[in-house]
Unconditional design. Structure first.
Ligand code: ATP
Length: 376
């Protein structure tokens, strides 16, 4: 019986590793906590070394955390306080490693059937055969059942790995950068495929990637990690449109960042924050809460929310400044423009056919509705 709306809950997770050739230890996972809604696609996103894989391995039971709690379906599978650490095979999970873990000496059918023959939920030969063939059909591999697994393409191998994992009937599917070995075109195709399989089977999925495009395209929820810590948890548009820190603003998408000082600490219900910067006062409709007590902030605006306008005299419009074009690049679907307001350069996405050249005087408008004040 399902007892909670969360398939997974982690709190206060810590994992230390001894540094090679020294007595020091480093904190690979530092007080990480999050909950994963049932049936959702949940992504851990962050740069190399930020602790994603270690967190995933702690979930799988392949790594034992130093502190913290992990529960699955409301049952503790790890608790440092209660000295509980359930073995990987007794956790309701299946994991697809980066390399897919497909056995080259076995045929496609035998690879997929492996968990039903030797896993925690074995069944009769006849039933196993029926279930494997049905699953291969679902992932579009029925005609490959008798081929050697080495004869499959990269994308087909991924589907086989997924089929085998789903045959374990896991409550939670753990995927560690499954697209990282593929070329860019195949990656884009397979990420859509992976997402549609996840929705079709409705299995709670925890996905690890350092690719922000992949995370935005596939996820219901993203946790952004940095140096072993959680920076922000949110839906893709919350993460992209309202980043909570400079790190998130910079790592997810590209951001124009300007340092400044906020006029005051915003209160609940405030519409705008005003920030004094080298350009002048910037009005920001977005701000992460709760902010620190200091007024030091960075203002963030995405290039698509910077408008290039004619260099007319002051119109009184908020966040409008005179600027000079530094460079422009035609990209087919848009023109990438860099324009300097004094010493501060802004990257803007303009109409592909805008007639503009380096040295031109223009105006830039930083749309206040999309301007974010960041306190960290
Ligand atoms: P990547 O995307 O490169 O896999 P990641 O975000 O998954 O990175 P982890 O693999 O979790 O990061 O590593 C986090 C930190 O822990 C890194 O500094 C790494 O060097 C260290 N680390 C991970 N595993 C071990 C280990 N077995 N022994 C020592 N240090 C480790």
């Amino acid at each position: 019986m399902q007892t909670t709306e969360h398939a997974v809950a982690i709190s206060g997770l810590e994992k230390r590793f001894a540094r090679k050739q020294s007595d020091e230890v480093s904190l690979a996972v530092d007080n990480v906590g999050f909950t994963v809604p049932r049936g959702g696609f949940f992504t851990m996103l962050g740069p190399s070394g930020c602790g994603k894989t270690t967190t995933l391995r702690c979930l799988a039971g392949l790594e034992s955390a130093d502190r913290g709690e992990i529960s699955m379906n409301g049952k503790a599978v790890f608790s440092s306080a209660a000295r509980r650490d359930v073995a990987p095979e007794d956790r309701p999970i299946a994991m697809v490693p980066q390399s897919y873990g497909i056995w080259p000496h076995m045929k496609v059918f035998d690879n997929a059937a492996f968990p039903l023959r030797y896993g925690r939920k074995t069944c009769s030969r006849g039933e196993a055969r029926t279930r494997v063939l049905a699953m291969l059909e679902q992932v579009g591999l029925s005609e490959y059942a008798d081929r050697w697994s080495t004869q499959l393409s990269g994308g087909q191998q991924q589907r086989l790995a997924l089929a085998r994992a789903l045959l374990c009937e896991p409550e939670v599917l753990l995927l560690d950068e499954p697209l990282s070995n593929l070329d860019a075109k195949l990656r884009a195709q397979l990420r859509a495929e992976l997402r549609s399989f996840q929705q079709k089977f409705g299995v709670t999925t925890i996905y690890v990637t350092h690719d922000q495009g992949e995370a935005l395209a596939m996820s219901d929820t993203i946790v952004v990690m940095n140096r072993g810590r959680v920076e922000q948890i949110g839906t893709p548009d919350e993460i992209y449109d309202s980043p909570a820190s400079r790190f998130v603003a910079d790592f997810v998408g590209s951001a124009n960042l300007v340092p400044g000082v906020a006029d005051r600490t915003p209160r609940a219900g405030d519409r705008m924050v005003e920030v004094k910067t080298a350009l002048g006062v910037l009005r920001c409709a977005r701000f992460a809460t709760p902010p620190a007590q200091t007024g030091d902030v960075h203002v963030c605006i995405r290039p698509e929310h910077v408008r290039i306008v004619p260099a007319t005299t002051d119109t009184g419009e908020a966040n409008r400044f005179p600027a000079r074009v530094t460079s422009t690049e035609y990209l087919g679907d848009r023109r990438e423009v860099v324009a300097a307001v004094g010493d501060v350069e802004f990257r803007a996405h303009a109409d592909a056919h805008l007639r503009i050249r380096p040295g031109d005087d223009v105006g830039v408008v930083l749309d206040p509705e999309w301007t974010v004040a960041l306190w960290s």
